[in-house]
Design a protein around this ligand. Sequence first.
Ligand SMILES: NC(=O)c1ccc[n+]([C@@H]2O[C@H](COP(=O)([O-])OP(=O)(O)OC[C@H]3O[C@@H](n4cnc5c(N)ncnc54)[C@H](O)[C@@H]3O)[C@@H](O)[C@H]2O)c1
Length: 214
Amino acid sequence: MSLRVAVAGAAGRMGQTVCAAVEGADDMELTGRADPALGVAVADVLADADVLVDFTTPGTAVENARAALAAGVHVVIGTTGFDVDELRGVGGANVFVAPNFAIGAVLMMRFAVEASRHMAKAEIIELHHDTKIDAPSGTAKRTAELMDGDVPVHSVRLPGLVAHQEVILGDVGQTLTIRHDSTDRTSFMPGVLLAIRKVGDLPSSPLVGLEHLL
Ligand SMILES: NC(=O)c1ccc[n+]([C@@H]2O[C@H](COP(=O)([O-])OP(=O)(O)OC[C@H]3O[C@@H](n4cnc5c(N)ncnc54)[C@H](O)[C@@H]3O)[C@@H](O)[C@H]2O)c1
């Protein structure tokens, strides 16, 4: 039986890409597109869904997730800039959150964590399109949290960019730069589809980070 998937933020840049990816997956069915821009509320799509995928805004992700959980619908959240702690202890179904669904970004974070154990200091430069609402990015915040030491983050917002991050580590007489570039939103889709398949079967909830599903 195919997984029934509804998307919150379906008219947005990420939401549209997720809808197309779900429609292209053999084991999934797109059952709802919720977005104020489409005149459809999240509450209207929950009855027909096993999983709600949320790519909305920091101010609405928690409310959408709470509504889904109350309806027994699992939630995959890609929205950044909200506080995951607000979903702790809320039962009913599972929550999976990833600040970055691109495999290359997950590897960048892992390599940066490893490098931070061996080099004196590090800083992060994250670069995104100029309509991104939150700064610093969820990916940069999470990378800095996972790395050793105090890691300052610098944010660049410019047209022409999608999602990019550079971790620069410095030590005596040398630097190491680890860089990841998402040049297209399709880079996030294998990770999103994986999370949709696995969210019903998590070891704990809310679970944060794609690395836990790989
Ligand atoms: N985790 C990742 O890998 C990843 C990758 C890219 C972007 N993001 C994040 O995804 C989020 C969305 O990014 P975007 O570029 O698609 O933004 P966007 O502005 O293009 O789309 C957001 C959409 O959400 C809709 N929306 C607002 N309130 C809503 C509600 N209550 N219910 C349903 N829909 C609602 C808006 O109308 C809009 O269409 C941002 O937080 C961004 O940082 C995460």
